[in-house]
Structures are given as C-alpha cells and as structure tokens.
Design a protein around this ligand. Structure first.
Ligand SMILES: C[S@@+](CC[C@H](N)C(=O)[O-])C[C@H]1O[C@@H](n2cnc3c(N)ncnc32)[C@H](O)[C@@H]1O
Length: 224
C-alpha cells in the first residue's frame, strides 16, 4: 500500500500534468519585492526556495544579485520554468536530484525531504511562498523540522501564508495560523508578522471555491 506522502506527491504530479496550477503567479509577487529588504541580508547570498514550482520570484531574486536554489518535485514545473523564460539549462546530477542550471539559478528536481544540510551550506536565506501551506497538517511539522535541520547556520526565512475558514474549503493550500507558525518555528526563530491583508478581493479563484474571507500574512523568521 502506498504511504500518504507518496499519494500527495502523485497528486502534485497530476496537477502539473492537468495544468491545475492556480497557485502560479504570472507576475513577481509584490510582497516579495516589498518585504525582502526586511530580512536585512548582505548582498550576494544564496536563497533556498523550497517547493518552488516555476515561480517567477526566483528570477526576481536572481535579479537582486542572489544565487537561487529552487527545489521542485515536478519535472514539468522545472522544464517549464526554463522553457517559459527562454532560458537554456545546463543539466547535471547530485545524489537523488537532477540539477537544471542557468547562471546563478539552479532548480533541483527531486524531493525536498531528500535535501541534506551539506547541499545548502552556503544558503543565507529562505523564501517560502505557498510551500509550507501546500502541505497537509501532518506533513507541516515534518517540513519545518527538516527546514530547521537544513538551515542550522542561521538563514532567515520570508514566509507567506494564507488563513481562511477550513470549513469553507479543503486544501491545498491549507490555512496556517499564526499560533501554528509559532509552534512550528518558535523554538529556533524570532517570528515577526510583517504584514497581513485581505486577499479575497483579488482572488477570483478562491471566491469561486466558496471562501468568504482570506487573509495573507507575511512573516520574517530570524534565527535567534
Ligand atoms: C502550491 S505550489 C507552490 C509553488 C511555488 N512556491 C509558487 O509560489 O508558485 C507547491 C509546489 O510544491 C511542489 N512539491 C510538493 N511536494 C514536494 C516535495 N516533497 N518536494 C519538492 N517539491 C514538492 C509541487 O509540485 C508544487 O509545484
């Protein structure tokens, strides 16, 4: 019998195959641009983007002078990231991952949970948009534990979450509240909510799912 995680992974493969990717933004996330400076990073560091999809935010981060290490399990997403943006990729391998690279942007095709601390030893920050909230409750604790194992050297995290009434819709994306963020990460990070806003007005997709309210929150997680 297949485990729950295997089933979830299969669902993501199917979503990409069916092009059910409403989470993908066709523009760079405005909150990334607004709040990235709040991390106070030295220029030039490498940014880990877990569960990266084919997010254009990675190109914005590269444009800010960062190296980018995106991790994504769908070969369609990785192929399309390079294809859609007319980037020619060099391809290699590292352990269980296939690596697609163009300049300072690397997408590692494989399972985030297979990433090892040595793989990210030069990472100075993490950008998590629609990644933690892509996972069901049972996997979020495992995800956060893995993240904290990967980033012991003190990388800050910019985390973007959604909150809504779970009675009105079943995820993904899943609602992740402020107390849950504190439970997941509070042991290691100082957590500051930088911004919260009502996201329903601009989200026809979520309105069509029956949501009556939707809040997006942006957090800075700074290692103590
Ligand atoms: C909701 S999407 C968010 C993508 C991206 N962060 C964005 O903002 O567009 C979640 C992504 O995580 C990928 N994914 C799910 N489980 C994964 C895993 N264990 N390892 C790597 N990628 C995974 C899915 O294929 C999907 O592209």
């Amino acid at each position: 019998m297949r485990g729950a995680r295997e089933v979830d992974t299969q669902k993501w493969h199917q979503r990409w195959q069916d092009n059910r990717i409403a989470f993908h933004l066709t523009e760079v996330n405005a909150h990334l641009q607004q709040f990235w400076p709040a991390l106070g990073l030295a220029p030039g560091g490498r940014v880990l983007v877990p569960l990266c999809g084919k997010s254009l935010d990675m190109l914005w981060l590269a444009g800010e002078g960062h190296g980018v290490l995106g991790v994504e399990i769908s070969p369609i997403a990785v192929r399309d990231f390079f294809g859609d943006n007319e980037l020619e990729a060099q391809r290699g391998e590292h352990g269980a991952f296939e690596i697609w690279r163009q300049g300072g942007v690397e997408l590692w095709l494989g399972d985030f949970f297979a990433l090892a601390p040595d793989d990210v030893s030069d990472v100075t920050a993490v950008y998590d948009r629609a990644s933690l909230i892509a996972l069901p409750p049972t996997q979020r604790a495992r995800y956060a534990e893995h993240m904290m194992r990967l980033a012991p050297l003190g990388a800050s995290i910019l985390l973007v979450t959604l909150e809504y009434d779970p009675v009105e819709m079943s995820g993904p994306p899943f609602p992740v509240t402020e107390p849950e963020v504190a439970t997941l990460y509070g042991r290691v990070y100082d957590i500051q909510c930088l911004h919260r806003y009502d996201a329903l007005a601009e989200s026809a997709h979520f309105r069509s799912q029956g949501l009556t309210w939707l809040r997006e929150k942006i957090y800075r997680l700074a290692p103590r």
